[in-house]
Ligand binder design. Structure first.
Ligand code: FES
Ligand SMILES: [Fe+2]
Length: 368
């Protein structure tokens, strides 16, 4: 084990290690929210990036991101999770344009001796890019270059395909009294399904594939396709799902595609989960799910008319099962967090926990 890997658990309990970790991770593309909340001109969302509060706002056809901190005296510009309206600070009414420049400053010549633009006061920018319904951001910095498409690699066309839906995704989530990495790790672990989720049997190794790409990895059940062939089919618009898939995107995002059967009819859903770090022993589980239609709806006119109402019922059932699974996972993470000070050395990882080792390798590299 390298010295970097030896520190894998230090930010679970150490505030300084947690701050340092967060600063480093802000350089990597991180999910900030969903495009459905940014459809109208002036829409904005608030999010966390690298331990700092940021916001993304639509200006016409462009999305812009900034640290949520006024250049005047550092007041938070956005004080709710989402909204609509110009960037005007609530403390002294400084107004910012889409470049993050203070262009409206009350009493500026009298109080500051110059016109607003001459103050050259600007917000810290956040680079923003989208993939399907997902809006990502990162602080511009040397060393973590490349576009979002480069960063996501073969998962880019896949996430683009499965999260692009006409409807507004259903929101779920809750606070978890555990470090964000424990919650990520449990999404990378195929070994806990019997003990934690009371499944009747374990996976056979032979049924699983674990594609690794860049800092990320995926779980494929079955061998009908590979990451590359799935990506190709998604690019071509010909992908049709057959088995469960989950894509774990470094640092704290998991996008899954799963089947829910109702009256013996399969319906496919995406589920986006993110574990937003709040403190060494706390994170926020944020999630969005929605049905994915891979083919045009084939039912008759009455069935088409009834679809939105039927979907409300289906989505309730999906939410019930998802919440139950998340609760089981997160109660386990919370117990582990309570014992986090007693973690020593490196865990003993079996083949169905391989991806935890890969994730920790990516984490160690990111923190160098
Ligand atoms: S702190 Fe924002 S205008 Fe003063
Ligand atoms: Fe689980």
């Amino acid at each position: 084990m390298t010295a970097a890997l030896a520190n894998w658990a230090s930010a679970f309990t150490d505030e300084q290690a947690f701050q340092r970790e967060q600063e480093q991770l802000g350089r990597y593309w991180t999910l900030l929210g969903v495009a459905h909340d940014l459809r109208m001109d002036g829409d904005w969302i608030r999010a966390k990036l690298g331990g700092r509060s940021v916001f993304v706002q639509r200006f016409g056809d462009r999305l812009r991101g900034f640290e949520n901190r006024c250049a005047h005296r550092f007041f938070p510009l956005r004080n709710q999770d989402k909204g609509n309206g110009p960037v005007v600070c609530g403390f002294h009414h400084w107004r910012y344009d889409q470049e993050g420049v203070a262009v409206g400053v009350p009493m500026c010549p009298e109080l500051f001796g110059v016109a607003p633009r001459a103050l050259n006061a600007r917000l810290t920018p956040v680079e923003v890019a989208t993939c399907g319904a997902l809006v990502f951001g990162r602080f511009q910095a040397d060393g973590a270059g490349g576009t979002l498409e480069d960063f996501l690699g073969d998962s880019f066309p896949i996430i683009n395909t499965i999260t692009t839906t006409a409807g507004r995704p259903h929101v779920h989530g809750h606070p978890v009294a555990a470090n964000w990495k424990l919650c990520v790790q449990i999404t990378l672990d195929d070994y806990h399904i019997v003990a934690v989720h009371h499944k009747p049997h374990y996976h056979a190794d032979a049924d699983l594939q674990y594609p690794r790409f860049g800092m990320h990895s995926a779980h494929f059940t079955g061998h009908a396709d590979t990451l590359e062939s799935m990506a190709q089919a998604c690019r071509a618009g010909t992908y049709r799902p057959d088995h469960y898939r989950i894509f774990n995107i470094f640092p704290n995002l998991a996008v899954s595609l799963f089947r829910a059967s109702f009256r013996n009819q399969p319906h496919w859903y995406f589920n986006v989960q993110q574990f937003v770090p709040v403190a060494p022993g706390r994170c926020e589980h944020r999630g969005w799910f929605h049905r994915v239609e891979f083919l045009p709806f084939e039912g008759n006119a009455l069935a088409r008319f009834a679809q939105p109402w039927v979907e409300i019922v289906r989505a309730r059932a999906v939410r019930f099962y998802q919440d139950r699974t998340a609760r089981e996972d997160h109660e386990t993470c919370e117990r582990l967090q309570q014992a986090a000070r007693r973690i020593e050395g490196w865990p003993i990882l079996g083949s169905q926990e391989t991806r935890i080792g890969w994730f920790e390798e990516a984490y160690a590299k990111a923190l160098i």
